[in-house]
Design a protein around this ligand. Structure first.
Ligand SMILES: [Zn+2]
Length: 145
């Protein structure tokens, strides 16, 4: 065996379900908002959830590099169907480096475009879930309503 044990972590082998999937950026400064959001939604932060963290987060839906790149992200999202999420939370954070000099002037519009793309995908796949949108500014977290 070419594996060298580092340490032990016991993980239950049973299948699990999640209430929510969070699609957001990799930027660690904003990851804690997911925990706080879940607490604010009366969700036990120790319950499972599916994080999909990719540079830019919602940018991968709205401004994919190619059709194939979009298909890859949607395929990743489809895998979460197995965990039966009721909600998908799209997150955009201010100053996201993945946008370079093209950060959206109106972050809500970027999130709404992402929501539409995701909702259309969910409809095509006959999967029912709510899509919500979160904008993380430097000092506060907002839900796009
Ligand atoms: Zn980012």
């Amino acid at each position: 065996m070419a594996l060298k044990e580092l340490f032990s972590v016991v993980v239950a082998e049973n299948h699990y379900i999640v209430k929510r999937v969070f699609l957001g950026c990799i930027d660690w400064r904003f990851l804690r908002l997911v925990k706080q959001f879940r607490i604010n939604q009366d969700e036990d932060p120790n319950d499972p959830f599916d994080p999909i963290n990719i540079p830019g987060g919602v940018k991968k839906l709205v401004r994919p590099r190619s059709e194939d790149a979009l298909a890859d992200v949607l395929a990743d999202i489809k895998i979460t169907f197995g965990h039966k999420p009721e909600e998908y939370i799209l997150i955009l954070h201010n100053g996201c480096a993945a946008y370079g000099d093209n950060f959206p002037e109106v972050p809500e519009d970027e999130l709404r475009k992402g929501k539409k793309i995701l909702e259309d995908f969910l409809a095509r796949e006959s999967y029912k879930a709510k899509v919500r949108m979160i904008f993380k500014d430097w000092d506060k977290v907002y839900e796009v309503v």
